[in-house]
Design a protein around this ligand. Structure first.
Ligand code: PBG
Length: 347
C-alpha cells in the first residue's frame, strides 16, 4: 500500500466518524437490551440490522433476564408487564440505550421517563394453527385437544362451537410447537401468533392462518415497540428512521381500545385495526371483541375513521362494547385499575 492510499484511508475513516458523530452524538456502539428467548433475540437482531443499515451506527446486544422468562405460570397470573419490566429497569438504570418489545406485551399505561421512539412495520398480526396431519380448525374432530394459554384465544376457540378441548399451555414458541410436532407430542393442535413463527423462520409448520372472523388477534399483535429514555433526544431522532406511520396508526387505535376497556394483554380482549385506501384517503377499520373465557358470551363490533382519529376510534369502540355489557365479562376494576377475571378456563 502506498503512503498516499494509507493517508486517503485515514481521511475516509475520519470523515465517516465525523458523519457518525453528526448523526448520533457519540460514536460508541448503541446498547440494545434484549430478552434471551429465541423470539426476543430474533426481533432484536432484526432491529439492530435495520438500524445499522439505515444509520451506519454500531449496535451491540445486551441480554437481560425477566421474571416472565424465569416462571412457567400462566401469563394472566404473573400479571401484565412481566416480560418488559426488567428491560425497562435496565433502561432507567442506563445499562442499555434502547430495547425492543413485542408491543402486545406492553402494559397500556406508558412508563414515565421512557419513550417509544419507533413502531416498525408490522408482521402479519393473525393467529396461526399448527395441527397434526396438516389439519385446519374445521377439520379437527370433536374433542380434539387444542393448546393455548391466552384467555383471548381460549375464549375464541370455545366460541367456535366445535366442541374442541382447550388445554392451557405456556412456554416459548418452540416448546409449544413441540407439543404437536415433537417426538413426545401430546396435543392435536396449538394456536399461536403467526408473527412469532415467521420471525423464527418456522412459518412452514403453520397448517392454517386463522381468519380474524374466527380468531381476532390481540391488540398490537405482530408489532414491535422500540423504546429508549425520554431525555435521549439524539437517540429518539436516530430511532425515528425505523418508524412506520401506518403501523403506528393501527396500533394507536388498538391500544386506545384496550386501554379504555382497562384490560391488559392477558384479558379476553381482541382488537385489530386494518388500514385501507378509502375514497378520501386512508381509512382505519377497527374490530374489537370481548369474549367470556367459556365462549358463551361474545360481544364484537367494528368502527371506521381516519388515521388521525385512531385514538378516538379505539375509545369509541370500547365505549360501545361497554354499553353492550363487556364490563360484566371483564370483571370489576381493582384498586390498581387492572381488571380481575371472574373466571378463567386455566384457573
Ligand atoms: N405473549 C407472548 C408473545 N408475545 C409476542 C409474541 C409473538 C407475536 C407478536 O409479536 O405479537 C408472543 C407469542 C404468541 O403470542 O404466540
Amino acid at each position: 500500500m502506498t503512503p498516499t492510499s494509507v493517508a486517503r484511508r485515514w481521511h475516509e475513516r475520519a470523515q465517516r466518524a465525523s458523519q457518525a458523530v453528526e448523526r448520533g452524538g457519540l460514536v460508541t456502539a448503541l446498547r440494545l437490551g434484549t430478552r434471551g428467548s429465541a423470539l426476543a433475540l430474533a426481533q432484536s437482531r432484526g432491529i439492530a440490522d435495520a438500524l445499522r443499515a439505515a444509520t451506519g451506527r454500531e449496535v451491540e446486544l445486551v441480554e437481560v433476564v425477566t421474571a416472565g422468562d424465569r416462571s412457567s405460570a400462566p401469563v394472566h397470573r404473573l400479571g401484565v408487564g412481566v416480560f418488559v419490566s426488567a428491560l425497562r429497569d435496565a433502561l432507567a438504570a442506563n445499562e442499555i440505550d434502547f430495547a425492543v418489545h413485542s408491543y402486545k406485551d406492553l402494559p397500556t399505561a406508558g412508563q414515565a421517563g421512557l419513550h417509544i421512539a419507533a413502531v416498525p412495520p408490522r408482521e402479519d398480526p393473525r393467529d396461526a394453527l399448527v395441527a397434526q396431519g396438516g389439519r385446519t380448525l374445521a377439520e379437527l374432530p370433536p374433542e380434539a385437544t387444542v393448546g393455548t394459554g391466552a384467555l383471548r384465544r381460549i375464549a375464541q376457540v370455545h366460541a367456535l362451537g366445535l366442541q374442541l378441548t382447550v388445554v392451557p399451555i405456556r412456554g416459548n414458541v418452540d416448546s409449544r410447537v413441540k407439543r404437536v410436532l415433537g417426538p413426545e407430542a401430546d396435543l392435536d393442535a396449538v394456536v399461536l401468533a403467526r408473527a412469532g413463527l415467521v420471525r423464527l423462520g418456522r412459518a412452514d409448520v403453520i397448517t392454517e392462518t386463522l381468519d380474524p372472523m374466527l380468531m381476532l388477534p390481540a391488540p398490537a399483535q405482530g408489532a414491535l415497540a422500540v423504546e429508549c429514555r425520554a431525555d435521549d433526544s439524539d437517540l429518539i431522532e436516530l430511532l425515528s428512521v425505523l418508524d412506520h406511520a401506518p403501523t403506528r396508526a393501527a396500533i394507536t387505535a388498538e391500544r386506545s381500545f384496550l386501554a379504555t376497556l382497562e384490560a391488559g394483554c392477558s384479558a379476553p380482549v381482541a382488537g385489530y385495526a386494518e388500514l385501507a385506501e378509502g375514497d378520501d384517503g386512508d381509512e382505519i377499520y377497527l374490530r374489537g371483541a370481548v369474549i367470556s373465557p367459556d365462549g358463551s358470551r361474545d360481544i364484537r363490533l367494528s368502527r371506521t375513521g381516519t388515521p388521525a382519529e385512531a385514538s378516538e376510534i379505539g375509545k369509541a369502540l370500547a365505549a360501545e362494547l361497554l354499553d353492550l355489557g363487556a364490563d360484566s365479562i371483564l370483571g370489576t376494576p381493582t384498586e390498581s385499575g387492572a381488571r380481575t377475571q371472574h373466571f378463567g378456563a386455566t384457573e
